[in-house]
Design a binder for this molecule. Structure first.
Ligand code: RNT
Ligand code: ZN
Length: 412
Protein backbone atom coordinates (compact mmCIF):
# COMPACT_ATOMS: atom_id res chain seq x y z
CA UNK A 1 0.00 0.00 0.00
CA UNK A 2 1.34 3.43 -0.91
CA UNK A 3 1.62 6.18 1.66
CA UNK A 4 -1.25 7.93 -0.10
CA UNK A 5 -3.50 4.88 0.09
CA UNK A 6 -2.72 4.47 3.77
CA UNK A 7 -3.40 8.10 4.46
CA UNK A 8 -6.62 7.91 2.48
CA UNK A 9 -7.74 4.97 4.62
CA UNK A 10 -6.96 6.90 7.80
CA UNK A 11 -9.06 9.85 6.61
CA UNK A 12 -11.83 7.55 5.54
CA UNK A 13 -12.00 6.18 9.10
CA UNK A 14 -13.02 9.64 10.32
CA UNK A 15 -15.55 9.97 7.51
CA UNK A 16 -13.51 12.10 5.09
CA UNK A 17 -13.65 11.45 1.35
CA UNK A 18 -10.15 12.28 0.14
CA UNK A 19 -10.95 11.91 -3.56
CA UNK A 20 -13.78 14.38 -3.25
CA UNK A 21 -11.49 16.85 -1.47
CA UNK A 22 -8.84 16.60 -4.20
CA UNK A 23 -11.40 17.04 -6.94
CA UNK A 24 -12.81 20.12 -5.28
CA UNK A 25 -9.43 21.69 -4.63
CA UNK A 26 -8.20 21.57 -8.20
CA UNK A 27 -11.02 23.83 -9.34
CA UNK A 28 -10.69 26.49 -6.65
CA UNK A 29 -9.12 29.52 -8.32
CA UNK A 30 -6.42 31.45 -6.53
CA UNK A 31 -5.65 34.85 -8.02
CA UNK A 32 -1.89 35.27 -8.08
CA UNK A 33 -0.74 38.84 -7.57
CA UNK A 34 1.77 39.97 -10.20
CA UNK A 35 3.50 42.42 -7.86
CA UNK A 36 5.68 40.00 -5.87
CA UNK A 37 8.01 39.74 -8.86
CA UNK A 38 9.23 43.33 -9.06
CA UNK A 39 8.64 44.78 -5.60
CA UNK A 40 5.39 46.53 -6.63
CA UNK A 41 7.08 48.86 -9.13
CA UNK A 42 5.22 48.21 -12.38
CA UNK A 43 6.04 49.55 -15.82
CA UNK A 44 4.34 52.90 -16.15
CA UNK A 45 5.69 55.67 -13.96
CA UNK A 46 8.38 53.53 -12.30
CA UNK A 47 8.17 55.83 -9.31
CA UNK A 48 9.36 54.39 -6.06
CA UNK A 49 6.69 52.65 -4.07
CA UNK A 50 4.49 54.97 -2.03
CA UNK A 51 1.16 54.79 -0.27
CA UNK A 52 2.26 53.51 3.11
CA UNK A 53 3.35 50.16 1.76
CA UNK A 54 6.98 49.16 1.49
CA UNK A 55 9.21 46.46 0.18
CA UNK A 56 12.45 46.02 2.03
CA UNK A 57 15.50 44.11 0.91
CA UNK A 58 17.40 43.99 -2.35
CA UNK A 59 17.73 40.34 -3.14
CA UNK A 60 19.19 40.14 -6.64
CA UNK A 61 17.22 39.17 -9.74
CA UNK A 62 14.01 41.16 -9.60
CA UNK A 63 12.06 41.56 -12.81
CA UNK A 64 12.45 44.97 -14.43
CA UNK A 65 10.83 44.37 -17.82
CA UNK A 66 7.53 42.83 -18.91
CA UNK A 67 9.47 39.93 -20.46
CA UNK A 68 11.22 39.18 -17.19
CA UNK A 69 8.04 39.41 -15.14
CA UNK A 70 6.23 37.15 -17.57
CA UNK A 71 9.04 34.58 -17.47
CA UNK A 72 9.02 34.65 -13.66
CA UNK A 73 5.26 34.31 -13.51
CA UNK A 74 5.48 31.30 -15.79
CA UNK A 75 7.92 29.73 -13.39
CA UNK A 76 5.49 30.35 -10.53
CA UNK A 77 2.61 28.88 -12.53
CA UNK A 78 4.66 25.77 -13.25
CA UNK A 79 5.52 25.32 -9.59
CA UNK A 80 1.98 25.69 -8.25
CA UNK A 81 -0.91 23.29 -8.71
CA UNK A 82 -4.59 23.95 -9.33
CA UNK A 83 -6.59 26.65 -11.01
CA UNK A 84 -5.18 30.16 -11.10
CA UNK A 85 -6.09 33.67 -12.09
CA UNK A 86 -3.75 36.54 -12.85
CA UNK A 87 -4.11 39.54 -10.56
CA UNK A 88 -2.81 42.70 -12.24
CA UNK A 89 -2.31 46.27 -11.07
CA UNK A 90 -2.88 49.18 -13.43
CA UNK A 91 0.76 50.27 -13.09
CA UNK A 92 1.70 47.12 -15.01
CA UNK A 93 0.41 48.60 -18.27
CA UNK A 94 2.74 47.70 -21.13
CA UNK A 95 3.33 50.43 -23.69
CA UNK A 96 4.55 49.55 -27.14
CA UNK A 97 6.79 51.67 -29.39
CA UNK A 98 7.47 54.56 -27.09
CA UNK A 99 3.78 55.23 -26.52
CA UNK A 100 2.66 56.40 -23.08
CA UNK A 101 -0.66 56.97 -21.38
CA UNK A 102 -1.04 58.38 -17.91
CA UNK A 103 -3.25 56.63 -15.36
CA UNK A 104 -6.28 58.75 -16.23
CA UNK A 105 -5.98 57.73 -19.89
CA UNK A 106 -5.24 54.02 -19.72
CA UNK A 107 -6.97 51.86 -22.29
CA UNK A 108 -7.60 48.14 -22.69
CA UNK A 109 -4.96 47.95 -25.41
CA UNK A 110 -2.27 48.80 -22.87
CA UNK A 111 -2.97 45.42 -21.31
CA UNK A 112 -3.19 43.35 -24.46
CA UNK A 113 0.03 41.54 -23.73
CA UNK A 114 -1.33 40.49 -20.39
CA UNK A 115 -4.57 39.45 -21.98
CA UNK A 116 -2.69 37.30 -24.44
CA UNK A 117 -0.64 35.84 -21.60
CA UNK A 118 -3.78 34.96 -19.62
CA UNK A 119 -5.67 33.58 -22.60
CA UNK A 120 -2.80 31.34 -23.66
CA UNK A 121 -2.74 29.89 -20.16
CA UNK A 122 -6.52 29.63 -19.81
CA UNK A 123 -6.65 32.07 -16.94
CA UNK A 124 -9.02 34.87 -15.99
CA UNK A 125 -7.70 38.27 -14.93
CA UNK A 126 -8.41 40.33 -11.83
CA UNK A 127 -7.55 44.00 -11.82
CA UNK A 128 -6.60 46.84 -9.48
CA UNK A 129 -6.46 50.56 -10.12
CA UNK A 130 -3.12 51.86 -8.81
CA UNK A 131 -3.69 54.82 -6.50
CA UNK A 132 -0.05 55.10 -5.40
CA UNK A 133 3.52 55.55 -6.66
CA UNK A 134 2.53 58.49 -8.86
CA UNK A 135 3.14 62.26 -8.95
CA UNK A 136 -0.59 62.96 -8.70
CA UNK A 137 -0.71 61.48 -5.20
CA UNK A 138 -0.64 64.79 -3.33
CA UNK A 139 -0.03 64.89 0.42
CA UNK A 140 -0.84 61.18 0.70
CA UNK A 141 -4.27 61.77 -0.82
CA UNK A 142 -5.97 60.58 -4.01
CA UNK A 143 -9.74 60.07 -4.19
CA UNK A 144 -10.20 61.99 -0.95
CA UNK A 145 -8.05 64.96 -1.91
CA UNK A 146 -9.41 68.50 -1.34
CA UNK A 147 -7.60 69.47 -4.56
CA UNK A 148 -10.20 68.95 -7.29
CA UNK A 149 -7.51 68.40 -9.93
CA UNK A 150 -6.06 65.57 -7.95
CA UNK A 151 -9.40 64.04 -7.03
CA UNK A 152 -10.69 64.21 -10.59
CA UNK A 153 -7.51 62.68 -11.97
CA UNK A 154 -7.97 59.66 -9.75
CA UNK A 155 -11.69 59.41 -10.47
CA UNK A 156 -10.79 59.20 -14.15
CA UNK A 157 -8.25 56.51 -13.32
CA UNK A 158 -10.95 54.51 -11.55
CA UNK A 159 -13.27 54.82 -14.53
CA UNK A 160 -10.58 53.71 -16.98
CA UNK A 161 -9.86 50.70 -14.79
CA UNK A 162 -13.53 49.76 -14.71
CA UNK A 163 -13.57 49.80 -18.52
CA UNK A 164 -10.41 47.70 -18.64
CA UNK A 165 -11.87 45.23 -16.14
CA UNK A 166 -14.95 44.76 -18.26
CA UNK A 167 -12.74 44.22 -21.30
CA UNK A 168 -10.80 41.50 -19.46
CA UNK A 169 -14.03 39.79 -18.42
CA UNK A 170 -15.44 39.89 -21.92
CA UNK A 171 -12.25 38.75 -23.58
CA UNK A 172 -11.46 35.91 -21.22
CA UNK A 173 -15.08 34.90 -20.55
CA UNK A 174 -14.23 34.85 -16.84
CA UNK A 175 -15.55 37.54 -14.45
CA UNK A 176 -13.03 40.14 -13.34
CA UNK A 177 -12.66 41.16 -9.70
CA UNK A 178 -11.68 44.83 -9.61
CA UNK A 179 -10.37 45.96 -6.26
CA UNK A 180 -10.17 49.56 -5.11
CA UNK A 181 -7.70 50.36 -2.38
CA UNK A 182 -6.51 53.89 -1.68
CA UNK A 183 -3.61 54.80 0.57
CA UNK A 184 -5.18 58.09 1.71
CA UNK A 185 -4.64 59.11 5.30
CA UNK A 186 -2.76 61.19 7.83
CA UNK A 187 0.36 60.52 9.81
CA UNK A 188 -0.88 62.50 12.75
CA UNK A 189 -4.15 63.36 14.39
CA UNK A 190 -6.43 65.06 11.87
CA UNK A 191 -8.80 67.92 12.65
CA UNK A 192 -11.41 66.71 10.21
CA UNK A 193 -12.08 63.04 9.78
CA UNK A 194 -15.36 63.64 8.00
CA UNK A 195 -14.52 65.70 4.92
CA UNK A 196 -11.94 63.30 3.40
CA UNK A 197 -14.36 60.39 3.81
CA UNK A 198 -17.17 62.43 2.28
CA UNK A 199 -14.94 63.17 -0.71
CA UNK A 200 -13.91 59.51 -0.99
CA UNK A 201 -17.59 58.55 -1.04
CA UNK A 202 -18.33 61.10 -3.74
CA UNK A 203 -15.36 59.93 -5.80
CA UNK A 204 -16.42 56.30 -5.59
CA UNK A 205 -19.95 57.26 -6.63
CA UNK A 206 -18.49 59.05 -9.63
CA UNK A 207 -16.36 56.06 -10.64
CA UNK A 208 -19.29 53.69 -10.31
CA UNK A 209 -21.56 56.00 -12.29
CA UNK A 210 -20.24 54.65 -15.57
CA UNK A 211 -22.23 51.69 -16.86
CA UNK A 212 -20.70 48.28 -16.39
CA UNK A 213 -21.95 44.73 -16.32
CA UNK A 214 -22.27 43.61 -12.70
CA UNK A 215 -22.27 39.98 -13.71
CA UNK A 216 -18.89 40.42 -15.36
CA UNK A 217 -17.08 42.85 -13.08
CA UNK A 218 -17.14 42.52 -9.31
CA UNK A 219 -16.03 45.84 -7.91
CA UNK A 220 -14.49 45.49 -4.45
CA UNK A 221 -13.43 47.96 -1.81
CA UNK A 222 -10.50 47.14 0.50
CA UNK A 223 -10.20 48.73 3.91
CA UNK A 224 -7.06 49.31 5.96
CA UNK A 225 -6.50 50.38 9.52
CA UNK A 226 -3.20 52.22 8.99
CA UNK A 227 -0.11 52.38 6.81
CA UNK A 228 3.48 53.54 7.10
CA UNK A 229 3.27 57.33 7.31
CA UNK A 230 -0.50 57.22 7.71
CA UNK A 231 -0.59 55.88 11.24
CA UNK A 232 -3.29 58.03 12.78
CA UNK A 233 -6.07 58.00 10.23
CA UNK A 234 -6.98 56.19 7.05
CA UNK A 235 -9.86 57.44 4.92
CA UNK A 236 -10.80 53.92 3.81
CA UNK A 237 -11.37 52.51 7.28
CA UNK A 238 -13.21 49.24 7.91
CA UNK A 239 -16.46 51.00 8.76
CA UNK A 240 -16.30 53.26 5.74
CA UNK A 241 -15.74 50.37 3.39
CA UNK A 242 -18.30 48.06 4.96
CA UNK A 243 -21.00 50.68 4.87
CA UNK A 244 -20.13 51.75 1.36
CA UNK A 245 -20.14 48.28 -0.16
CA UNK A 246 -23.38 47.42 1.61
CA UNK A 247 -25.14 50.54 0.40
CA UNK A 248 -23.94 50.18 -3.18
CA UNK A 249 -24.22 46.42 -3.47
CA UNK A 250 -20.59 45.94 -4.38
CA UNK A 251 -18.17 43.43 -2.87
CA UNK A 252 -16.21 43.83 0.36
CA UNK A 253 -12.52 42.91 0.26
CA UNK A 254 -10.78 41.92 3.45
CA UNK A 255 -7.00 41.84 3.63
CA UNK A 256 -6.05 39.94 6.76
CA UNK A 257 -3.11 42.26 7.37
CA UNK A 258 -5.37 45.30 7.60
CA UNK A 259 -6.87 44.99 11.05
CA UNK A 260 -5.80 45.54 14.62
CA UNK A 261 -3.35 42.75 15.50
CA UNK A 262 -5.71 40.67 17.62
CA UNK A 263 -8.58 40.87 15.14
CA UNK A 264 -8.82 37.97 12.72
CA UNK A 265 -10.50 37.79 9.33
CA UNK A 266 -11.36 34.13 9.96
CA UNK A 267 -13.83 35.26 12.60
CA UNK A 268 -15.28 37.98 10.37
CA UNK A 269 -16.00 35.79 7.35
CA UNK A 270 -19.21 34.14 8.52
CA UNK A 271 -20.76 37.52 9.31
CA UNK A 272 -19.73 38.86 5.92
CA UNK A 273 -21.16 35.83 4.14
CA UNK A 274 -24.50 36.31 5.84
CA UNK A 275 -24.89 39.76 4.34
CA UNK A 276 -23.00 39.63 1.04
CA UNK A 277 -23.34 37.40 -1.95
CA UNK A 278 -19.60 37.54 -2.61
CA UNK A 279 -16.65 38.33 -0.37
CA UNK A 280 -13.11 38.95 -1.63
CA UNK A 281 -9.95 38.20 0.30
CA UNK A 282 -6.36 39.32 0.16
CA UNK A 283 -4.51 36.53 1.85
CA UNK A 284 -1.35 37.87 3.39
CA UNK A 285 0.56 37.60 6.68
CA UNK A 286 0.69 40.43 9.11
CA UNK A 287 3.72 40.66 11.37
CA UNK A 288 3.33 43.21 14.18
CA UNK A 289 2.61 46.44 12.27
CA UNK A 290 3.34 45.20 8.79
CA UNK A 291 0.76 43.58 6.57
CA UNK A 292 2.51 42.00 3.65
CA UNK A 293 4.75 39.10 4.60
CA UNK A 294 4.79 35.90 2.54
CA UNK A 295 1.85 33.68 3.42
CA UNK A 296 2.80 30.57 5.40
CA UNK A 297 0.76 27.61 6.54
CA UNK A 298 0.07 29.30 9.86
CA UNK A 299 -2.94 29.13 12.14
CA UNK A 300 -4.80 32.10 10.68
CA UNK A 301 -4.32 30.99 7.07
CA UNK A 302 -5.67 27.58 8.02
CA UNK A 303 -8.57 29.09 9.94
CA UNK A 304 -9.54 31.36 7.03
CA UNK A 305 -9.59 28.36 4.70
CA UNK A 306 -11.68 26.39 7.20
CA UNK A 307 -14.24 29.16 7.39
CA UNK A 308 -14.57 29.25 3.61
CA UNK A 309 -15.01 25.49 3.37
CA UNK A 310 -17.16 25.00 6.47
CA UNK A 311 -19.53 27.72 5.28
CA UNK A 312 -19.72 26.05 1.90
CA UNK A 313 -18.55 29.30 0.32
CA UNK A 314 -15.81 28.25 -2.10
CA UNK A 315 -17.84 29.74 -4.94
CA UNK A 316 -18.66 32.93 -3.04
CA UNK A 317 -15.19 33.92 -1.85
CA UNK A 318 -12.66 35.39 -4.25
CA UNK A 319 -9.27 34.25 -3.01
CA UNK A 320 -6.24 36.35 -3.95
CA UNK A 321 -2.72 36.52 -2.61
CA UNK A 322 -1.11 39.82 -1.59
CA UNK A 323 2.43 40.07 -0.24
CA UNK A 324 5.81 41.33 -1.33
CA UNK A 325 9.19 40.37 0.01
CA UNK A 326 12.37 41.71 -1.60
CA UNK A 327 14.74 40.11 0.90
CA UNK A 328 14.51 36.54 -0.40
CA UNK A 329 14.27 34.89 -3.79
CA UNK A 330 11.05 36.35 -5.18
CA UNK A 331 9.97 33.22 -7.05
CA UNK A 332 10.29 31.20 -3.88
CA UNK A 333 8.35 33.85 -1.97
CA UNK A 334 5.59 33.71 -4.57
CA UNK A 335 5.38 29.91 -4.68
CA UNK A 336 5.58 29.48 -0.91
CA UNK A 337 2.66 31.85 -0.42
CA UNK A 338 0.42 30.37 -3.10
CA UNK A 339 1.13 26.81 -2.01
CA UNK A 340 0.39 27.76 1.60
CA UNK A 341 -3.04 29.03 0.62
CA UNK A 342 -3.71 25.85 -1.32
CA UNK A 343 -2.43 23.63 1.50
CA UNK A 344 -4.72 25.43 3.93
CA UNK A 345 -7.66 24.86 1.58
CA UNK A 346 -6.83 21.17 1.29
CA UNK A 347 -6.59 20.85 5.08
CA UNK A 348 -9.97 22.46 5.39
CA UNK A 349 -11.45 20.11 2.81
CA UNK A 350 -10.07 17.17 4.79
CA UNK A 351 -11.93 18.07 7.97
CA UNK A 352 -14.83 15.93 9.18
CA UNK A 353 -16.73 19.17 9.29
CA UNK A 354 -20.31 17.85 9.59
CA UNK A 355 -19.33 15.64 12.50
CA UNK A 356 -17.64 18.52 14.31
CA UNK A 357 -20.56 20.87 13.77
CA UNK A 358 -22.82 18.22 15.25
CA UNK A 359 -20.63 17.94 18.36
CA UNK A 360 -20.94 21.70 18.80
CA UNK A 361 -24.73 21.67 18.37
CA UNK A 362 -25.02 18.91 20.94
CA UNK A 363 -22.72 20.83 23.26
CA UNK A 364 -20.22 17.94 23.35
CA UNK A 365 -17.40 20.44 23.55
CA UNK A 366 -15.00 18.09 25.34
CA UNK A 367 -15.09 15.70 22.40
CA UNK A 368 -14.91 18.57 19.94
CA UNK A 369 -11.68 19.85 21.46
CA UNK A 370 -10.09 16.42 21.24
CA UNK A 371 -11.27 15.96 17.69
CA UNK A 372 -9.84 19.32 16.65
CA UNK A 373 -6.52 18.39 18.24
CA UNK A 374 -6.51 15.00 16.51
CA UNK A 375 -6.79 16.73 13.14
CA UNK A 376 -3.37 18.25 13.65
CA UNK A 377 -1.53 14.94 13.42
CA UNK A 378 -3.42 13.45 10.49
CA UNK A 379 -1.17 12.38 7.55
CA UNK A 380 -1.91 15.52 5.56
CA UNK A 381 1.48 15.59 3.84
CA UNK A 382 0.78 12.38 1.94
CA UNK A 383 -2.45 13.76 0.53
CA UNK A 384 -0.74 17.00 -0.52
CA UNK A 385 2.05 15.04 -2.20
CA UNK A 386 -0.52 13.02 -4.16
CA UNK A 387 -2.32 16.21 -5.19
CA UNK A 388 0.90 17.66 -6.60
CA UNK A 389 1.63 14.42 -8.42
CA UNK A 390 -1.79 14.44 -10.06
CA UNK A 391 -1.29 18.06 -11.04
CA UNK A 392 2.15 17.28 -12.52
CA UNK A 393 3.87 19.62 -10.13
CA UNK A 394 7.01 18.59 -8.27
CA UNK A 395 6.83 18.63 -4.50
CA UNK A 396 10.34 20.00 -4.21
CA UNK A 397 10.41 23.52 -5.59
CA UNK A 398 13.46 24.99 -3.93
CA UNK A 399 15.90 23.15 -6.19
CA UNK A 400 14.04 24.41 -9.28
CA UNK A 401 13.99 27.90 -7.85
CA UNK A 402 17.71 27.83 -7.13
CA UNK A 403 18.48 26.49 -10.60
CA UNK A 404 16.38 29.29 -12.14
CA UNK A 405 18.20 31.77 -9.96
CA UNK A 406 21.54 30.49 -11.23
CA UNK A 407 20.53 30.34 -14.87
CA UNK A 408 18.27 33.35 -15.20
CA UNK A 409 17.93 35.68 -12.21
CA UNK A 410 21.62 36.02 -11.43
CA UNK A 411 22.28 37.23 -14.98
CA UNK A 412 19.90 40.17 -14.76
C1 RNT B 1 -1.96 47.60 0.69
C2 RNT B 1 -3.07 46.75 0.18
C3 RNT B 1 -3.12 46.59 -1.30
C4 RNT B 1 -1.77 46.43 -1.93
C5 RNT B 1 -1.80 46.09 -3.38
C6 RNT B 1 -0.48 46.28 -4.02
O1 RNT B 1 -1.85 47.58 2.03
O2 RNT B 1 -3.02 45.50 0.78
O3 RNT B 1 -3.96 45.55 -1.63
O4 RNT B 1 -1.01 45.47 -1.27
O5 RNT B 1 -2.79 46.80 -3.99
ZN1 ZN C 1 -4.32 43.97 0.08
Amino acid sequence: MSRFDEAKAIYSKIGVDVEKALNTLKDVPVAIHCWQGDDVVGFDSRESLSGGIQTTGNYPGKATTPEELIADLDKVLALTPGKKKLNLHACYAIFEDGEFADRDALQPKHFDRWLKFAKERGMGIDFNPTFFSHAMVKDNLTLSSPDENVRKFWVEHGKRCLEISQYFAEETGIPCVMNIWIPDGYKDIPADRFAPRARFKKSLDEILSIPYDKSKVFVCLESKVFGIGVESYTVGSAEFCLNYVTQKGITPLMDNGHYHPTEVVSDKLSSMLLFHDKVALHVTRGVRWDSDHVVLLDDETKEIAKEIVRNDALDRVFIATDYFDASINRISAWVTGVRSVQKALLMALLEPSAEMKKLQEENRLTELMVMLEDQKTMPFGDIWAEYLKRENVKEDYISEVLAYEKEVLSKR
